[in-house]
Design a protein around this ligand. Structure first.
Ligand SMILES: [Zn+2]
Length: 507
């Protein structure tokens, strides 16, 4: 729907309402939109509207980016008819993922699916009711899925049905058929996991963390859970709307409607999905579960639209955010002499010159132009998550103490005259931390992974630069997070310590 006010055009009906301002919007857009029937070329549109082809292309690009228009039908166009309401819906929301060039692509995905539902009969019937009209769905008649099934649903509402689930899951795993499990216990619904032998762990590994619930379900709980489940299944099959599937799935509290995503990982030694031999671990390690929870989905499930978040102004601005410690006394650093890195130097102890250079290449800014901040070390999303601290014990020309490195401005902030919060016998220690909240503003939970990868890049840079400068370099394998956090005045849950590096040789 388009509403044309004095100096703006508002387009509603797409996932986000779009507002276009200015004369070209009010003059050109309504006339252009009326002609977009998929039959005219850019040149023909230009002639009819008295505009150059370039202007038409720019306007169409803008409308496409905003999700107002989509490509015409594939050639040859599908010959089958489709429910008008479904077609409208697919066309409107399709830009949310940009996985389908046009609604016909999404409709084809739905039409060629064969969903077979097994498990609890009542829950299965509710799910089928929700999905009927959108895609072919049948209630599994026999004990096992047919060879036509492209997706099998296991509806689990009863703790006694676990043995049957095992048989269906085993069959699907052996035949390579994706299995989507739904589970209701008490007032808790799990809208997954999706088990696909090509890409995911097995059902047993994914459901290790299933939780029970001692609340009694009330009327309508199962219908609500089935509707929410059908929504996620529809999203995963049609690829028109974002969905946590296939890497994660939703856990919904049917009383509060609170929800969270969950995930799991292969248990080492699992006879079904692990390559490791030996006894089956009870659970996957926490780090593995984190990796699994933020892993990129397989290519066929990637949302092309997600890439556009890199160009959001608020995300572009993050590259300029950094710690400054505004109330701490400022200690100027010598300008970093990067050309010193052009040759190998004999062994030497750190000096104000080399400390300046090492901080610059580890966590500093190379150049700051209007559209981009350049760094000396690679950084996820060019956000620059590494914050460096220097604990100076013995560098002639720099007062002993604990300093924060202000990347914007290349200077030190004197945080404390103490050095015993980071005990050591080298002239200086660098402590690297990760600015998790800054990265999380763009990358959410994935931010921790970026923070750790960024730190690895920074450590590699420090090591290479120190080696070239002839300065001793030693990474500490252990440290006490709480002691370091107290010494630096940070909250380790928000700003994790990622490395402690000793520089120079013991005096
Ligand atoms: Zn497994």
């Amino acid at each position: 729907m388009v509403s044309n006010e004095a100096d703006q055009v508002v387009v509603t009906g797409s996932p986000k309402q779009q507002l276009f301002r200015g004369r070209s919007a009010t003059d050109l857009l309504p006339a252009l939109l009326a002609l977009l029937d998929g039959n005219r070329t850019h040149a023909e549109l230009g002639v009819e509207l008295g505009q150059s082809e370039e202007v038409i292309f720019k306007a169409l690009s803008l409308l496409w980016t905003c999700g107002v228009i989509e490509e015409g039908p594939p050639d040859p166009a599908p010959t089958w008819g489709s429910d008008d309401r479904l077609a409208d819906y697919l066309s409107r929301v399709g830009s949310a993922t940009e996985a389908n060039a046009s609604w016909e692509h999404a409709a084809t995905r739905l039409r060629t699916a064969e969903v077979e539902i097994f498990g609890d009969p009542m829950l299965a019937a509710l799910i089928r009711e929700e999905l009927t009209g959108s895609l072919p769905v049948t209630l599994g008649a026999g004990g096992l899925p047919t060879e036509h099934a492209t997706l099998v649903v296991w509806a689990d509402a009863d703790a006694d049905a676990d043995a049957d689930a095992g048989a269906v899951a085993e069959h699907c795993w052996a035949k390579g058929i994706p299995l989507l499990r739904m589970r209701v216990r008490g007032r808790r619904a799990a809208l997954g996991p999706l088990v696909d032998p090509r890409t995911t762990p097995c059902l047993d590994c994914l459901t290790v963390y299933d939780e029970d619930d001692d609340r009694t379900a009330t009327g309508g709980d199962c219908a609500l859970a089935a509707a929410l489940f059908a929504r996620d299944l529809f999203a995963a099959v049609s690829r028109t709307t974002p969905s946590p599937l296939p890497m994660r799935w939703r856990l919904v509290d049917l009383e509060t409607l609170g929800q969270k995503d969950t995930s799991s990982a292969t248990r080492p030694g699992c006879p079904c999905c692990s390559v490791a031999e030996g006894p089956v671990a009870e659970r996957a390690a926490l780090a593995t579960r984190f990796e699994a929870s933020v892993a990129m989905p397989p290519k066929e499930f990637a949302d092309l639209k997600a890439h556009q978040m890199h160009y959001k102004p608020s995300n572009m601005a993050l590259q300029r955010v950094s710690r400054t410690w505004p109330v701490a006394p400022v200690v100027e650093l010598l300008p970093p002499a990067h050309d010193r890195l052009d040759q190998q130097w004999p062994a030497v102890q750190p000096s104000p010159n080399t400390l300046s250079l090492l901080l610059s290449v580890t966590a500093g800014i190379k150049a700051d132009s209007a559209d981009k901040v350049s760094r000396w070390t690679a950084s996820g999303g060019n956000i620059g998550s590494v914050t460096a601290y220097a604990v100076v014990r013995d560098i002639p020309g720099i007062e002993p103490g604990t300093y924060g490195y202000v990347a914007a401005g290349h200077r030190l902030a004197r945080l404390s005259s103490l050095t015993d919060g980071v005990p050591g016998d080298r002239p200086v220690s660098l402590v690297l931390t990760g600015d998790f909240p800054k990265v999380a503003r763009k990358y959410s939970a994935f931010a921790l992974r970026i923070v750790l990868l960024d730190s690895g890049c920074a450590q590699a840079t420090t090591r290479e630069a120190a080696r070239t400068l002839g300065i001793g370099f030693a990474l500490r394998p252990h440290w006490d997070d709480d002691d370091l956090a107290a010494a630096l005045g940070i909250d380790p849950n928000v700003e994790p310590v990622t490395a402690v590096i000793d520089l120079g040789d013991p005096r």
